[in-house]
Ligand binder design. Structure first.
Ligand code: 5GP
Length: 180
């Protein structure tokens, strides 16, 4: 992996394709163990845009039956309406009585996922769990319980494997960290 640049910002290698494969495989093993005997419907809800590559890799390693859904969330972190979210693309299925696994690329402050779970709970699912490829515990201070964490990372800004900088850089196989 080489250093890459976007808008004069320099990113250095952080996680290789092989390391990510191992992390996704480990998450799939845990989820398969927990859901293989469940009789009710299971729905994996992917939060776009960042989780689309992670979701595509993860679902192909799962061995039980499930449906998929995609949502798109606009969050207002850092603005006056701090912590508010708006669903730009909403669920299309009724999730009442179903087991939900929310698939997120990265949990930073945790506000997006916290608010989204509140909205899901109001729809009376059987259960809601969260799976995130990456998590920044120093930022969210465990305000949110993440049931399946791929890897805890320091509070750095990362791109690649679905994660963007100004909409770009999602296509890299590996994950890169912003040099400061
Ligand atoms: P939170 O509400 O947890 O603060 O924000 C979560 C969302 O912010 C993630 O789904 C992702 O879109 C974005 N985000 C947080 N940290 C990073 C990061 O290091 N890199 C990128 N590319 N996006 C991030």
């Amino acid at each position: 992996m080489d250093i890459i640049t976007y808008n004069e910002k320099v990113f250095s290698p952080f996680l290789s394709k092989e390391e990510i494969d191992g992390i996704v495989g480990g998450l799939a093993t845990q989820i398969n163990a927990d859901y293989s005997d469940i009789e009710e419907d299971v729905v994996l809800v992917s939060i776009l845009d960042g989780s689309f590559i992670f979701m595509a890799d993860l679902v192909r390693k799962l061995t039980f039956q499930f449906e998929v859904e995609f949502v798109k969330i606009r969050s207002y972190n850092g603005f006056e309406s701090e912590g508010e979210i708006e669903l730009i693309l909403d669920l299309h299925k009724d999730i009442k009585g179903k087991h939900i696994i929310v698939i997120e690329d990265i949990v930073d402050t945790g506000l997006t996922i916290e608010k989204f779970i509140e909205q899901l709970q109001a729809l009376n699912p059987n259960s809601v769990k969260v799976c995130s490829l990456l998590s920044k515990p120093d930022v969210h201070n465990d305000i949110i319980n993440i049931d399946y964490v791929g890897k805890e990372i320091p509070p750095v800004f990362v791109i690649g494997y679905g994660l963007d900088i100004d909409g770009k850089g999602r296509n890299h196989h590996g994950i890169y960290q912003l040099e400061v």
